[in-house]
Design a protein around this ligand. Sequence first.
Ligand code: GDP
Length: 206
Amino acid sequence: MSDRVRDAPVTLKIILIGNSGVGKSSFMNRYVYHRFTNMYRATIGSDLLSKTVHVDGKTVTLQIWDTAGTERFQSLGTPLYRGAHCCMLVFDVTSKASFSALDAWRKEFLIQGEPRDPTDFPFIVLGNKTDSSDREVSRGKALQWCEEINAEYFEGSAKEDLGVEKPFTRAARCGLQQYKKHTLENTGHFQITCKQPRETRNTCEC
Ligand code: GDP
């Protein structure tokens, strides 16, 4: 692999999915802009935020995608999910239903997003609203499911700015591994196929 390929700027697509109202928009806005409001849809309405971070000695730009209210129209998932490097499954710890729904969200992502290696695709499960007193989903229960699906678990509160940084740092790290495995793998293959004509014919038309 050439240094030029290895040092190319890296953009990682991180996607947040889960039921409407669990706090996806709030969580990503807290992470990127360090702020919280009860009225994101009305004030910002953004479905994509970017943040540049340093991971394992590399500078990467995270493109963080939220479904921005399209949860009701699941067919819109296809273009949104494709090319993701990491998927965050978000639920609200005060809502059992939002936790139960994650299994369907994960399956939907695997079908629509068509990740190259579904058995190895990184999922991060995120329980939001831990500041609320009426909790319905325990940490133990969430961890148990994460073990079943081989995902990592984080929880926190966008409102109180608790545990917001860690899941994104982890997503960046997992995403970078995916990127190296698939994107750079492809570039490497391209170079190998070019090598033959260059050696034999002294010219390369690619
Ligand atoms: P989305 O539909 O999943 O993007 O959810 P939003 O980010 O729009 O949030 C839905 C509602 O939950 C809003 O009223 C937010 O103010 C509220 N909310 C988001 N995060 C938290 C949190 O950490 N704690 C509490 N108590 N409420 C939150």
